[in-house]
Design a protein around this ligand. Structure first.
Ligand code: NAD
Length: 256
């Protein structure tokens, strides 16, 4: 019970249905409830999110689903209010929601740039800003921001995604040093290539899947639980001396 007594809010957590391909948020919600946390799952995919939360409850976990578009401040206010009114407090926030955009600089439209910065950078900022007052009331908390190896290194495509994930990386360090004395820890996770609903369509192309495998020294792409276990560590008190850090989970990709 590594999260006993904790209350967590996870964004982009819809994809956690048993027997289907899971995302990092959905797998984290499952793992967190198994470890004793009460979890508010959030996403813009309402039907899938409700299904994941219902399945968690059927197996004895404590979870509710709330619709939250991370780019909308009022949605954040409502979701955090739900966490506090349902479970009494907020200890953990996982800023995980995201979408991809594989375009080079010249093919990236202004609209695409803005939407990538909105969902990743602004979404993470808004969640952090609104969670901190609740965490302060509890004497501390843990915020886990899901960046990417693409927030550390470049690639031939994904221009705006790189910029937005890089923004999350530095925003994390900025927030970490501001709130360290209040025992609010803020860390980033940098997953490598992983098979989730986000990458599923791309990986239907065997050449694209092989491209990712070839760049990963361990010789496979990751799965949702490979990343969720790292998120669990940073969310739990086991990482109480860890803040402003980057947890890379990439099968060795960025070690090269
Ligand atoms: N899969 C990978 O290879 C990989 C690698 C590095 C980083 N990531 C990042 O991990 C995170 C989780 O992705 P995943 O691969 O588990 O896929 P996923 O599709 O399961 O998760 C993304 C979720 O975010 C939700 N979402 C999108 N826009 C939203 C918005 N505006 N508000 C709220 N929710 C929104 C989607 O509905 C989806 O459920 C993302 O931030 C992604 O960029 C993924």
């Amino acid at each position: 019970m590594r999260l006993e007594g904790k209350v967590a809010l996870i964004t982009g957590a819809a994809a956690g249905v048993e027997g289907e391909l899971m995302g990092f948020g959905g797998a984290s919600a499952r793992l967190f409830t198994q470890e004793g946390a009460k979890v508010v799952l959030t996403d813009i995919k309402v039907e899938e999110g409700e299904k994941t939360a219902a399945q968690i409850r059927e197996t004895g976990g404590d979870a509710v689903f709330v619709r939250l578009n991370v780019t909308q401040e009022q949605d954040w206010v409502n979701a955090i209010q739900t966490a506090v009114s349902t479970y009494g407090k907020l200890d953990i926030l996982v800023n995980n929601a995201g979408t991809g955009a594989r375009f080079n600089v010249e093919d990236t439209t202004e609209e695409l740039w803005d939407s990538q910065m909105d969902v990743h950078a602004k979404g993470t900022f808004l969640g952090t800003k609104l969670a901190i007052p609740e965490m302060r009331q509890q004497g501390g908390g843990s915020i886990v921001n899901i960046s990417s190896i693409y927030g550390i290194i470049g690639s031939p495509t994904s221009t705006a995604y790189h910029a937005a994930k890089g923004a999350i990386r530095l925003f994390t360090k900025s927030a970490a040093i501001q709130y360290a004395r209040e025992n609010i820890r803020v860390n980033s996770v940098h997953p490598g290539y992983a098979h989730t609903p986000l990458t599923d369509r791309g990986y239907e192309d065997p050449e694209r899947l092989q491209w990712s495998i070839d760049r990963t020294p361990i010789g496979r792409v990751g799965n949702a639980y490979d990343i969720a276990y790292g998120i669990l560590y940073l969310a739990s008190d086991e990482s109480s001396f860890v803040t402003g850090s980057e947890l890379v989970i990439d099968g060795g990709m960025t070690a090269q």
